[in-house]
Design a protein around this ligand. Sequence first.
Ligand SMILES: [Zn+2]
Length: 150
Amino acid sequence: MNCERFLNYVDSLEPAETSMPAAMAEHAAACPSCADALATMRRSMALLRTPSTFARADIVSRVGALLPFVQAPRRTVAMRNWVLVGLLIMLGMVFLPLLSDFDALTAVYGSSFTLPVALVLGLVLSVYAVAFVFSNASELARRLRPGHAR
Ligand SMILES: [Zn+2]
């Protein structure tokens, strides 16, 4: 028995095979590298025999039973960031008329420029406020609840 034949034998092992011919066992006892290869192969096969969580037939019902206890996904944008962006939009509305370009355009176009700008900015702020309320509804309800401590 040489190492090459032994390793060929190890490669051809069936997962359920636990016994081996006497000549193979002798070589494994005498040759550390082949014994190591055999041990690695047996560990791999043991891993394959382990019942997998995902291979179970009742995986769908088990996951479904756990869903009510799983925490809801967190909101990705914090309410503080929503408020900050809203404040930036309002600051933009306040400071836009102070820009020199705004004055120049107003001098040329008059109210036919300022009125549409004011309408668009008001619309932007309204849409933003609606988006803010809808995306933070649960948090707002929690904070506005009577007896809320924080
Ligand atoms: Zn060997």
